[in-house]
Design a protein around this ligand. Sequence first.
Ligand code: BG6
Length: 474
Amino acid sequence: MPAKAIITIFGASGDLAKRKLYPALFRLFKTGKLADNFAVIGASRRPWSKEEYEAVVLESIQDLVTDPSQAQDFAARFYYQSHDVTSTLDYQNIRELQSQLNDRYRADNNKLFFLSMSPRFFGTIAKHLKSENIIDGLGFEHLIIEKPFGSDLESACQLNEELMDSFREDQIFRIDHYLGKEMVENIYAIRFANPIIDRIWDRHSIHNIQITLAEQLGVEERGDYYDQSGALRDMVQNHALQILSLLTMDKPHSFSKHDIRAEKVKVFQSLKKPGPKELANDFVRGQYTANQDLPGYREEPKVNPDSMTETYFAGVFFLDSDRFRNIPIFIRTGKRLAEKATRVDIVFKQEETIFAEDLEPNILTLYIQPEEGISFQFNQKIPGYDFTIQPQAISSFDRPEGPEGYEKLIFEALQSNSSNFSHWHEVKASWKLIDKIEHSWQEDQSPLHLYPAGSHGPEAADQLLAQFDAKWIW
Ligand code: BG6
């Protein structure tokens, strides 16, 4: 059944709305997941008319249009409200428009609010949505918010309290767009739809896990945000730890949002907090320097020329769980690395075999992006008179293209399915951990390793793994 709702986007003129949200909504429209019973209110400061707004929407979906009349029909459902986030009157106008559109499009009073703007406005908007009765308890009322959810534990708690004055936890959908990626969701299937894999997915069989989120691009135009954030907050606190939780959670009782969340939350809460020794040894921070025609981080626009912000992070995490106790889980992410590669390598334990030589371990690799697939490395005899064993991989990359991340996540929020969104308990636990590492860096307890743009990152990251008798697979 197509979803029914009036969708209000705060930040309607912003980059995210144009690049991701309008195309995602159009894809849902094309596949019939949104049909007759929806309309969109775009709210932003600019004084646009409905016609101007429709033109913006049409431009942002132009690459996806196959039937111009379908695109016109889609754009006609977009209504614009010039909006100042602190003006009570502007919220009253939104309420009025929402009520009219609800009647016109028979949306069953369902409301989806998308906050696609600076996080400093999240609290104010949520407060006004309640005080101006835009949320009225009729139909579903869901709030999707973009990252970052706070910049440390304190600011995240404060933001959460502000939101909770107006919305319940089950109405808040904290987006982590990595959870909308097909191969990330596929982790559930790989682990729980294959009994043989399920059986070996623990500390008895796994030697270490490697999560890599490598980017080839630099900070682009986001120097001002990134210089305050750095790789640890930008990529690890959310995306990397979410992937870690899917990889290491216990098997949920069922594939329902409640059971999945319960297991994920347990993982976040069982992440071991590093002590002084671990803080000095287990986390590597790096920053890219100029190389050939690529500028160094400190030369990027809007970046402090003396910046100590890390553009690279590598670290080891441990869980206090029966399944994974003492198994190192390595996370690595960085900007301006040799190539874009988001992947997970599960390295299995190698034991003594009947063969004289040391053999390579079995490795299961999940390729998340840009290529999507899976491969398994195992040892085989090479054809010939000698009995020579070599590792070889069997792989499968033949996957049909799935829906795009935002498309899937918006659809799930419209279905009230929060499995692929971050729960407050997850966010809170992750900040507790990240804050510890951030604080130790602020006190300068570990060096900032420089690495040339376009390389594989600092050597210190290789030394980190060597301490655990491991090496990076990629
Ligand atoms: C965002 C970060 O959350 O994820 C960016 O803020 C990063 O710095 C981006 O580039 C990476 O996303 P993707 O989907 O391109 O891997």
